[in-house]
Design a protein around this ligand. Structure first.
Ligand code: SF4
Ligand code: SF4
Length: 349
């Protein structure tokens, strides 16, 4: 079974221990953080393992390229700590098990991954995708499995991921454009952290959109909009993509508002907290985030992750704000319509 490649020696000389001191859900000074982190490295019990909300952010907070969050999840599993109730974990384990039913389109060497999310069937059409829209993989056989990081199940990821990667390779795919941020995070961060070889080139859809929009240059009309960005948990595994998002927004004339809960201080959709820690924390995090979005007075609230969309887009709309997925924002810039909408928004059209 692949093992986490973790540099323990780097931690022993790390004074700031930012993986834990920057955590938004723990309150630890550097000395206590060092003590707790050492216990975690040693495989001893630490309250951090129970308290962790699985927000993923410590992966980004470590400035040394170590993998503190993957280490936490490994240790939670070893110690039998369940970040969510067992029936929910079991449901996820069973629901996403590969069953040999391959859902694929007209495959080319370059393909789109819908992951396990039907939202992309609405989003990934039109001029931006016209050369590639039917070269698609979807479903359990291609599901990245990163969600199990929320359920203390790295063993399941390590067991299933090599087979998933092989399923993708067997479609003849050389370049996979990941429409779900979490898939790209799996292939660019999680798999390498466990020494799992990825037999194709993963491409984040931000990068794809930048290239596509450049090739459609004559059609792009700067939007002149200000937006609040909802930063999802998996962005913490691939923080290098945050600057790529800035480039993409610049290309379509969109300003990302500098609000309190974006970038390193972002708040995730918090629905995973509802299951693991209860409604009080989830409601508090969502309220702070929505209040902050509202105070920033955006033209749109922009989503990257469909799971965030499902959790928050309705609540955003209830506040009189307009939710939109990044792909749809790019469509607006070339004169196309928003394709992923809430039922309420459809009814208003
Ligand atoms: S994981 Fe990173 S931030 Fe945490 S102690 Fe180790 S080197 Fe420092
Ligand atoms: S995953 Fe989030 S809650 Fe857990 S230790 Fe890391 S930063 Fe804190």
């Amino acid at each position: 079974m692949p093992k986490l490649q973790f540099d323990k020696a780097r931690c022993s000389t790390c004074k700031a221990v930012s993986c834990l001191t920057k955590c938004q859900y723990l309150s630890l000074d550097a000395a206590s953080a060092k003590k707790e982190w050492q216990k975690i490295i040693n495989g001893e019990d630490s309250f951090v393992l129970e308290a962790c909300t699985t927000c993923y952010a410590c992966e980004e907070y470590c400035p040394h390229g170590n993998h503190p969050f993957y280490m936490i999840v490994d240790r939670q599993e070893e110690q039998g700590i369940l970040p969510s109730p067992r029936p929910i974990i079991t449901m996820w384990v069973n629901q996403c098990e590969p069953v040999g039913k391959f859902t694929v389109g007209l495959m080319q060497e370059k393909a789109l991954s819908y992951c396990f999310l039907p939202h992309f069937n609405a989003l990934a059409h039109g001029k931006l995708f016209e050369d590639i829209e039917y070269s698609v993989i979807f479903g359990q056989e291609f599901f990245c499995n990163a969600v199990y990081l929320h359920y203390a199940k790295t063993s399941l990821i390590r067991a299933r991921l090599p087979g998933i990667l092989d399923n993708i390779r067997k479609q003849g795919i050389k370049e996979l454009i990941c429409l779900h941020d979490e898939c790209y995070a799996t292939y660019a961060s999680l798999a390498p952290a466990y020494g799992i070889e990825v037999p194709f080139k993963p491409v984040h859809y931000y990068e794809y959109l930048i290239e596509r929009l450049k090739s459609l240059k004559g059609m792009v009309k700067p939007l002149g909009l200000k937006v609040a960005f909802q930063r999802n948990c998996s962005t913490r595994l691939i923080p290098q993509m945050d600057a790529v998002l800035d480039d993409l927004l610049k290309l379509i004339g969109v300003e990302r508002i500098d609000r309190k809960y974006d970038r390193k201080n972002a708040l995730c959709c918090a629905e995973i907290f509802r299951m693991g820690k209860g409604p009080d924390l989830a409601d508090d995090v969502q309220k702070r985030n929505l209040d902050d979005m509202q105070a920033s007075n955006p033209d749109y609230v922009v989503f990257n992750c469909p799971a965030c969309w499902d959790s928050l887009a309705g609540k955003v709309a209830e506040r009189g704000l307009q939710p939109i997925h990044i792909i749809d924002l790019c469509k607006l810039a070339i004169g196309e319509e928003q394709s992923l909408k809430l039922a309420k928004m459809e009814a208003e059209v």
